[in-house]
Design a protein around this ligand. Structure first.
Ligand code: ZN
Ligand code: FE
Ligand code: FE
Ligand code: ZN
Length: 272
């Protein structure tokens, strides 16, 4: 198994040294891991109310540390990635920053609707007073723009807008799932099964099973990540994730090197 979504303390809301994440991955019998800490928002000219990404001057040290960790590891492949916020209007800057950067993969995530950090527990109250249908519309518009931007290798936690348990009905969601799956397919993109949703009020993986089924039907590849913000979270709920992937029909997971995609069989490396 692989874990392609792991953070480091540089983002200020994760704990544990990268070497401890690697040790946890070894214990879980993982074959390959990818670090994907939060890319400096400061480089995109964004300063959110809470510090949720590394500082610009920390980026070179992050790159060096993950590379050194990988170079010193014989059994587990260690990939260098980043989780980059999709910021509308900043596509050119983002492209320029990522061009020639040494990453194996770039996750594109939406954590901000305008200046609302809607994944942050401190700002979750806003769900209770806002129009939920409108919030979902705005969120998915951003996801669709992220898909068409061509900036990313895969989209992170694609329905994280449900994080705090505020949901639309299945019927209301259907057009969102259909358009999202279609765009992923059209743009040759991949998405992740992100298991972290189990540990928040949403209580289930990202994305919803329905989207995964539509993606599978259309041949959209999937990768797998725990979104670990601490070593203990590496590979969380992977047995369940593996079973779900198999049930839906997936037989392989996408992996990345130098931003080129290849595949690893779900059977490789046994359980999680
Ligand atoms: Zn984070
Ligand atoms: Fe994220
Ligand atoms: Fe993350
Ligand atoms: Zn994330």
């Amino acid at each position: 198994m692989i874990d392609y979504h792991m953070h480091t303390p540089l983002c200020h809301h994760a704990e544990g040294a990268p070497a401890e994440y690697l040790a946890a991955a070894r214990q879980k019998g993982l074959l390959e891991i990818g670090f994907s800490d939060h890319y400096p928002l400061g480089l995109l000219g964004i300063s959110p109310p809470n510090k949720v990404s590394m500082d610009p001057e920390e980026l070179p040290g992050y790159i060096d540390e993950i590379r050194a960790l990988g170079a010193g590891e014989k059994e587990i492949k260690v990939k260098l990635g980043v989780e980059v916020d999709y910021i509308p209007g900043k596509e050119k800057e983002t492209a320029r920053l990522l061009e020639g950067a040494p990453f194996d993969f770039v996750i594109g995530s939406v954590h901000l609707i305008d200046d609302w950090d809607f994944t942050h527990p401190r700002h979750a109250r806003r769900y209770e007073t806002a129009d939920l249908a409108q919030i979902y519309r705005r969120y998915f518009e951003l996801i669709w723009q992220a898909c068409t931007s061509g900036l990313f290798d895969f989209i992170g936690h694609i329905d994280v807008i449900k994080k705090f348990g505020h949901r639309l009905s299945h019927k209301e969601m259907e057009p969102y799932w259909e358009k999202t799956a279609r765009l992923l397919k059209e743009k040759g993109l991949c998405y992740e099964l992100n298991t972290s949703g189990k540990d928040v009020p949403a209580g289930e993986f990202y994305p919803a099973r329905r989207l995964m089924e539509l993606c599978f039907e259309q041949g959209v590849p999937v990768t797998l990540g725990s979104d670990a913000h601490g070593p203990k979270q590496v590979g969380r709920y992977f047995d369940e994730a593996l079973a779900l992937l198999r049930e839906i029909g997936y037989r392989e997971l996408a992996v990345f090197s130098g931003r080129k995609r290849s595949f690893i069989s779900l059977d490789e490396g046994g359980g999680g």
